[in-house]
Design a protein around this ligand. Structure first.
Ligand SMILES: Cc1ncc(COP(=O)(O)O)c(C=O)c1O
Length: 398
């Protein structure tokens, strides 16, 4: 893709980018190194020059996030440790007073667990949209599910099981018309598919810094639409912010209201560099999506030709965020993962991928599937190598 990266040192293949992206661009590693060796200080805590440099670094990251996701005000980018924390902040913060919530059929546990918990303790009433056999639903399905007391719609953007992408704008339009905030789980789509909070009518967007944005683990963010009244979001944590130190109450303004405690500054330095790498791509995110879709398509086409008993659970529609779910008939997917890893140094993921709902929809619950998820630096020849390995394993096992 033209972005310099640090190659794997063991001749292995890494197809687990949906869990976290690897390898990282060289610029990301350099930015983390630069923070740790040249800056080192905390941000917003002390007035000295190193602290100011750290503050500038954090602000640059907010600016990159705001620019990428169509926010006017960079202070509406709130840093979290990962997507899960961003989703919990949004769900826990909005649902505390109770009401009705609508969610989708392909949700990750990071959405469905907090929602089911709130439903179980009686705080919310939950509607899970049905969708078709691939988990697709349309704007009318959502419209029918909304009620006068619906306080939140929380939806997955790209499935971490099949890579299938839900089109946001029609859903955002309905939510805006009904005055219901739309929370989008962008764990798999941020950095792959263009998301614009204003254009797409998204009130809150939870993203991973460590997947498609190519930052390190321990980074994520919750982005708040410029018109979303942030006081509606209750606090999940309180504490030191470096601001208003004389007061014993949490500051009310953004982002301090939601960012207590020292930030992951090394991670944020890397995340900024990751986003800048994406921005340097001549065709931007279009290039990322095209690359990932081409890899998925190549894998599926070649596997159908070469592998007896290849069962693929992806549908044929596009876009696809670079993820493919499959099984080899007669081969347990946990065994497949183990053999791929131990004999061929190929990293994929078997099982349910923290998304049991999605596997119920696909008919692959409880055994799950094998999953390959491709990244910016994977190539067609790597996929051919993996298919040879799959053929050899199938030959041994069956
Ligand atoms: C769709 C989806 N949502 C949420 C998450 C949780 O992301 P994180 O690991 O950044 O907390 C994942 C992780 O894979 C995911 O795929």
């Amino acid at each position: 893709m033209g972005i310099p990266f640090i190659p794997l040192n063991d001749n292995g293949l890494y197809f687990d980018n949906a869990a976290t992206s690897f390898p990282k661009p060289r610029a990301v590693v350099d930015a983390i190194h630069h923070y740790l060796t040249e800056i080192g200080a905390n941000a917003g805590r002390s007035g000295h020059y190193r602290s100011q440099q750290a503050g500038e670094l954090v602000f640059s990251a907010r600016r990159e996030l705001a620019r990428l996701f169509g926010l006017r005000d960079p202070m509406r980018a709130i840093f979290t440790a990962n997507t899960t924390e961003a989703l919990n902040l949004a769900i826990g913060g909005l649902c505390r007073c109770g009401g009705h919530v609508v969610t989708g059929p392909l949700e990750h546990n990071s959405v469905i667990r907090p929602l089911r918990y709130l439903a179980k303790v009686g705080t919310i009433r939950l509607t899970v949209l049905h969708g078709d056999r691939q988990g697709r639903f349309d704007a009318d399905d959502l419209r029918r599910a909304l009620r006068t007391d619906t306080l939140l719609v929380a939806l997955n953007h790209a499935s971490n099981v099949t890579g299938a992408v839900q089109s946001l704008a029609p859903l955002g339009d309905i939510c805006q018309r009904q005055g219901v905030p739309l929370l989008v789980d962008g764990a798999q789509s941020a950095g792959v598919i263009d998301i614009d909070l204003r254009r797409d009518g998204v009130s809150l967007l939870a993203v991973a810094g460590h997947k498609g944005l190519y930052g390190p683990t321990g980074t994520g963010a919750l982005l708040l639409h410029d018109d979303f009244e942030h006081q509606r979001l209750q606090l999940l944590k309180q504490g030191g912010t470096g601001s208003l130190s004389n007061r014993t109450e949490q500051p009310d303004f953004l982002p301090d209201r939601f960012e207590s405690g020292t930030l992951n500054l090394a991670g944020i330095a890397g995340l900024t560099a990751g986003i800048r790498c994406l921005r340097q791509l001549p065709d931007g995110l279009e290039a990322v999506l095209t690359h990932k879709q081409a890899l998925v398509q190549h894998f599926i086409d070649r596997s159908r030709q070469q592998l007896d008993g290849f069962i693929c659970y992806n549908d044929d529609t596009r876009p696809n965020a670079g993820v493919v779910a499959f099984n080899l008939r007669g081969v347990d997917n946990a065994l497949l993962q183990e053999r791929l890893s131990e004999r061929y140094y190929i990293c994929g993921r078997s099982g349910l991928h923290c998304a049991p709902l999605a596997h119920q929809v696909l008919g692959t619950y409880p055994q799950g599937t094998m999953r390959f998820s491709f990244g910016l630096f994977n190539t067609v020849s790597e996929i051919d190598r993996a298919i040879d390995a799959l053929a050899a394993i199938a030959h041994e096992v069956i």
